[in-house]
Design a protein around this ligand. Sequence first.
Ligand SMILES: [Zn+2]
Length: 269
Amino acid sequence: MTLKSERSSALDALVKEVLRRAHKAGRRELEAWRKPQRELRELARLDYVRAMRRTLDYHALRAIICETKKIWPQFNREQFRSKTPNQLAAISSDLRIHLQAAPCRGPEGMALRGFYMDKAPKVLKHPLIFLNTAHDRGAVSMTFTHEMGHHVTAKVTGHAGDGVHYFFNVGHRSHLGEPVELAADVIASLAAYPEPIARRIFTTPWDWGLVARADQLPDKAFAQIRKHVRELTGFDFVASLPPGQSFNYLTGMIHYAKLRWALLAEYEL
Ligand SMILES: [Zn+2]
């Protein structure tokens, strides 16, 4: 696939090398990816308010959201709709980000959604985002907003952390314990569920007591989330996907929705 973004053979070689290392870096995630039901079950039960409070600093979170609004003034007001790789390349090029996108198929290829790499002297002049376009277009857009989350976090904190940030299809559980990854997921979650929509979906008066929590999604909210994702991405879970992959996408949907719920319940965002 040829994109409008800047391409060079050095960059291509770097992407190849990083992709080659993915199997080693993500050994644990790849193992979990083969049993997607386990993560799904665990995340469905987990209280996201507690997980979020433990991992993310509120002031850092506000700063990251502010930084995102400089790029997308309508952030958390309007949905970030699914985009074609060329549209994503145009956005990236405006922000001076190298965007590379290619399909990585096969069972292990599908385990990877993409990665983010901060600029590095000599090796990389600008930050690099890689997107695995073998995934459904809605999922690719979601990966993009997650990687953009790394980009804004890096701007706020001055660095993106060390090395490559791989995004594995089954890595949601581990993101809950890693501030940099969870911050990126918060950006993706707010992009998918802006405040007006979140307030409509998560109207559960029984949960707005003194202590906010976001554990078991009520059936009504789940039905609305599924409808929302279908409208946003044109994507439906049960239709024409291998069962494992369907589970992986479903886990992602639950993860981002519950994170969104926690942001609303705890911080009124
Ligand atoms: Zn990440």
